[in-house]
Design a protein. Structure first.
Length: 395
C-alpha cells in the first residue's frame, strides 16, 4: 500500500502512530497525521508551516484542548488508521495523481488532510488561516522551482518567466464521446475536448456545476487549448496565463460571486436503510474506493430543476453500487445525476457500502429509492454559494 510513499512520508506515518500511542488512542486520527508531518523538518510541508508561522506547539495545544487523554496501551499493539485517516491517504494519492507525481510525499498527505473536512486536522488548519487552494499553489511552486532546467533552456529560478505566447483555442479534434484530457508541465499546457464550462472549471479549479455563464456560451461545443512556453513557469503563473487566454479568446470577464442558487440538500432520516452499511462494520470489506453501476443518460446537459423533462431526458438510473465511499462523496456523485449542487447535511461520518436496487426513471423515483433503501432524503432548496460567474465583455 505504501510503495509510492517517500521516506519522509513513511516516517511521518510512523510518527503519527507514535502520537496516537502517546495519548492512548485506539486509532491513528487525522490530528496524529498532522503532528507527524511536523517531524519532517526538511520537507515541503515544513516550509508551508514556516510560511504560515505555524508551530508544532501551536497544533499540539489545539489537539490537547479537543481530546481527552486515555490510558496508554502497550506499544506493541497495532494501531490502525481511522476511517477519516484512511480517507486522507486516499486523497493524498489523488493529489499526487492530479499533479502527475509518481511519488506520494508529505505535501500530498497535507493536502489530503485539508480534503478530509470532517477530521480534526482540517479544522485546526482552517482556524490557523490555511486554505487548501493557497497551500496547493505553494506546494506546486516549490516543487516546480526545484525541477532541473530542460536541455536547451538556460533558466534561473529567481528570474521572472520569459514572455509567453498566448493560449491557442480551436474546435476539438477529439471524438465527442471521449473524456476531456488535460496535461500540464512547466513548459506547456494542453487541454483537449473541453466545453467552455469545463474549461473554466479546470482553469479556475472550480466545480463545473458551480459555473454560471450567458446561455450563448453554455453549449456542448468542445475545444482544444494549447500553451507552449519558451522557459519553465511556476504553476500559479501557468494558471494566470491559461485564465487570461480563455477570457481573451471568448471576450469574457470571470469573477467569484456569492449567489442564492438552486441546490439539493441531502439529510438522513430515522427509517430503515438496507442499502447503506458502514464499511468498518463488515470485517471482510477492505475496499476503499468506489465502483459504479450502469447509469444511462440521453444527454450530458444539466437537467432542469423542475418539470417533466427529467423523464424525457434521463433514460434510467440504477442499480447503484458504491463500495467504500463517504456520504459526502456520494453527494458529489449525485450531482452528476441531478445537475445541481448537492449539499451533504446528513452528519454521517466514515465510509459506507451503498447499494440501491432497481431501475429508476426521473427525479421522484430516485428520491423515493434514496429514502426507502438508504434512509437519505433529497430536498430542493436555495442556498448562498460561491460560484464562478462569466460575463460577456461590453465595449
Amino acid at each position: 500500500m505504501f510503495e509510492r510513499y517517500t521516506e519522509q512520508a513513511q516516517r511521518a506515518l510512523f510518527f503519527a502512530r507514535y502520537e496516537a500511542f502517546q495519548v492512548g488512542s485506539a486509532f491513528i486520527e487525522t490530528e496524529h497525521l498532522l503532528l507527524g508531518l511536523f517531524r519532517e523538518e526538511h520537507s515541503p510541508t515544513a516550509r508551508v508551516f514556516a510560511r504560515a508561522q505555524l508551530s508544532v506547539d501551536d497544533v499540539r495545544r489545539e489537539v490537547d484542548a479537543r481530546t481527552a487523554r486515555r490510558t496508554v496501551t502497550a506499544e506493541s499493539n497495532e494501531v490502525p488508521f481511522s476511517d477519516d485517516a484512511r480517507m486522507v491517504l486516499a486523497y493524498a494519492a489523488q493529489e499526487a495523481d492530479r499533479l502527475l507525481h509518481e511519488h506520494i510525499g508529505t505535501e500530498h498527505l497535507l493536502l489530503g488532510l485539508f480534503r478530509e473536512e470532517r477530521g480534526m486536522a482540517a479544522t485546526i488548519l482552517a482556524e490557523q488561516g490555511l486554505r487548501i487552494a493557497t497551500v496547493r499553489d505553494q506546494i506546486v511552486e516549490m516543487l516546480s522551482a526545484s525541477l532541473p532546467p530542460p536541455a536547451g533552456f538556460p533558466f534561473n529560478r529567481f528570474m521572472a518567466p520569459a514572455e509567453a505566447p498566448g493560449l491557442r483555442i480551436s474546435p476539438t479534434q477529439r471524438n465527442p464521446h471521449d473524456q476531456p484530457v488535460a496535461v500540464t508541465s512547466p513548459l506547456s499546457v494542453s487541454a483537449d475536448g473541453f466545453t467552455l464550462r469545463e474549461l473554466l472549471a479546470w482553469a479556475y479549479r472550480a466545480n463545473a456545476r458551480h459555473v454560471e455563464m450567458p446561455a450563448e456560451f453554455d453549449t456542448l461545443e468542445r475545444y482544444d487549448a494549447r500553451l507552449d512556453l519558451p522557459a519553465p513557469h511556476s504553476w500559479p503563473a501557468l494558471d494566470r496565463l491559461v485564465q487570461e487566454g480563455i477570457n481573451a479568446h471568448f471576450a469574457i470577464d470571470v469573477t467569484h460571486e456569492t449567489k442564492s442558487i438552486d441546490v439539493f440538500i441531502l439529510t438522513a432520516s430515522d427509517g430503515p436503510c438496507p442499502g447503506r452499511r458502514r464499511q468498518d462494520e463488515d470485517p471482510g470489506s477492505k475496499t476503499t474506493y468506489a465502483g459504479f453501476s450502469t447509469v444511462d443518460f440521453s444527454t450530458s446537459e444539466a437537467l432542469p430543476f423542475s418539470g417533466l423533462e427529467w423523464r424525457d431526458r434521463l433514460h434510467s438510473i440504477g442499480p447503484i453500487i458504491l463500495t467504500g465511499t463517504t456520504i459526502a462523496d456520494f453527494a458529489d456523485w449525485l450531482e452528476e445525476l441531478v445537475g445541481h449542487p448537492v449539499i451533504d447535511e446528513t452528519g454521517l461520518a466514515g465510509t459506507y457500502d451503498i447499494e440501491v436496487q432497481g431501475e429508476m426513471q426521473g427525479l421522484e423515483e430516485l428520491r423515493h429509492a434514496l429514502i426507502d433503501q438508504l434512509a437519505l432524503v433529497l430536498t430542493k432548496a436555495q442556498r448562498d454559494l460561491t460560484v464562478l460567474a462569466a460575463y460577456r465583455v461590453t465595449s
